[in-house]
Design a protein around this ligand. Structure first.
Ligand code: GDP
Ligand code: IMO
Ligand code: MG
Length: 429
């Protein structure tokens, strides 16, 4: 049995949470492999909307094991809030949640450093979610981070203080007033609280599950265009958001990866700073934002909106080896008579390119569009692929022909039930 990986192909918020929740019954295990509380994964069913930040999106299925992998950066305070929040829906997350001992801990000072660094950058700020993601991954790479397993060590307090004091020096450099007492107290309370969860060397567990033939779905966070190596650097997040990240973030061999499900919106959005070639600064963009309710699940910030960008999507498909595509939020385009798709870019020197330039921020590319007819009708109540409006079927056919990967799910609304399967995704496990 191989691990299937599900990830976002754009700038995040593609609808990963919805699809993981939808596919979860086909699996025994759902595992997050990178990111942390910067993620906001929305699930909707029975008229209730849930937003998960660190807990994998299989948590509403009590028979599924949910793993927070070693590649994740974990905020204990946020986790505590998430576990408590789920209780009112009868979910005891601590029962089927396992946390890697090797996941890195986000300290209160990591969040402060994130905020101070962003403030110091001024207009060139990344637009970080201010959850401490960058500084925590920086400490991991600098080999000085604290890990979940360290919580159980007798000298954890001392290790914490050593790192905190280093951080205080950094904060002094930024000349920021530091008020830590309250956040520190909440951190230590949360640390005690999360000890009710099972901590494990999850790489052993996962590889044993593979041997036992248990189906595993790896849940990506953020999106490929925010990847630390291949995203629009420096306007990226601090982890590898790609399929390869599932190997390092869970401890599995590349040969263990099976299907790679690539999730994309029928258009594009981005939250935070950085290049976005097809961004619409006009009324069309406003309409997209309103119709798609494009406001961040984690920060509430308005998301920037624009048309589909084929060079960017092709790039993400290439980097991830996507085997199946799922198109989300098709219903948001119901309101448009015409739909545009960027087929290639025009560069400042007049030449054209289907590739993303090295320095997308400095090189202003002009998208060249193909216009397709819209379907101008509601998709409510449609449950079968063949019953979708012809113009939408044509849009899907055009994208498939351009991308060379089958589009097997079309999502027509936020609810679990508003999901149209075109072809069977996988034999039932
Ligand atoms: P994620 O981070 O990839 O899990 O995505 P988010 O949850 O941050 O953002 C996706 C948003 O779109 C959420 O509010 C979802 O409820 C919503 N959503 C997901 N699929 C659809 C869809 O097909 N149509 C519409 N209208 N909304 C959707
Ligand atoms: P999900 O998993 C959309 C963006 C931030 C910022 C940049 C760096 O819900 O798709 P960070 O806090 O990671 O240092 O911010 O990345 N970003 C996301 N945008 N969806 C996300 O997650 C994101 N996580 C981070 O807006 O531009
Ligand atoms: Mg999100």
């Amino acid at each position: 049995m191989k691990i299937d990986v599900l990830l976002g192909l754009q700038w995040g918020d593609e609808g990963k949470g919805k699809v993981v929740d939808f596919l979860a019954p086909e699996y025994k295990v759902v595992a997050r492999f990178q990111g942390g509380p910067n993620a906001g994964h929305t699930l909707e069913f029975d008229g209730i909307k849930h937003v998960l930040h660190q807990i994998p999106s299989g948590i509403f299925r009590p028979d599924i094991i949910n793993i927070i992998g070693n590649g994740v950066v974990l905020d204990a305070v946020v986790l505590r809030r998430e576990i408590e929040g789920l209780k009112k829906y009868g979910i005891d997350a601590s029962k089927n949640l396992i946390i890697s001992k090797k996941a890195q801990l986000i300290l209160p000072t990591h969040r402060l450093m994130d905020a101070a660094s962003e403030k110091a950058k001024g207009v060139s700020k990344i637009g970080s979610t201010l959850k401490g993601i960058g500084p925590t991954y920086a400490d991991k790479i600098a080999r000085q981070g604290l890990r979940v397993g360290d919580l159980l060590l007798p000298d954890f307090q001392k290790r914490y203080e050593t790192l905190r004091d280093k951080h205080m020096n950094v904060l002094a450099f930024y000349n920021e007033p530091v008020e830590l007492a309250e956040a520190e107290a909440a951190f230590f309370e949360a640390i005690e609280y999360i000890k009710q969860c099972r901590f494990a060397d999850t790489e052993y567990l996962i590889n044993n599950y593979i041997k036992e033939g248990k189906g595993i779905l790896a849940e990506g966070a953020q999106g490929s265009l925010l990847d630390i190596d291949f995203g629009s650097y420096p306007y990226v997040t601090s982890s590898n958001t790609m399929a390869a990240g599932a190997c390092t973030g869970l401890g599995i061999a590349p040969a263990s990866v099976g299907e790679v499900y690539g999730i994309f919106k029928a258009y594009c959005t981005r939250v935070g700073s950085g290049p976005f070639p097809t961004e619409l600064h006009d009324e069309t963009g406003e309409r997209m934002r309103k119709e798609g309710n494009e406001f961040g699940s984690t920060t509430g910030r308005p998301r920037r909106c624009g048309w589909m960008d084929l060079p960017a999507l092709r790039y993400a498909i290439m980097l991830n080896g996507v085997t199946q595509l799922f198109m989300m939020k098709a219903d948001v385009l119901n309101i448009f008579d015409e739909i545009k798709v960027c087929t290639h870019y025009k560069l400042p020197d007049g030449t054209t390119s289907e590739e993303l330039p090295f320095d997308m921020d400095a090189v202003e590319v002009t998208p060249v569009y193909k216009t397709l007819p819209g379907w101008s009708q509601s998709l409510k109540g449609i449950t079968k692929y063949d019953e979708l409006p012809q113009a939408l079927l044509d849009y899907v056919a055009y994208l498939e022909q351009q991308l060379n990967v089958p589009i097997n799910i079309i999502s027509t609304g936020p609810d679990r039930t508003q999901t149209i399967i075109r072809k069977k995704i996988k034999e039932i496990i």
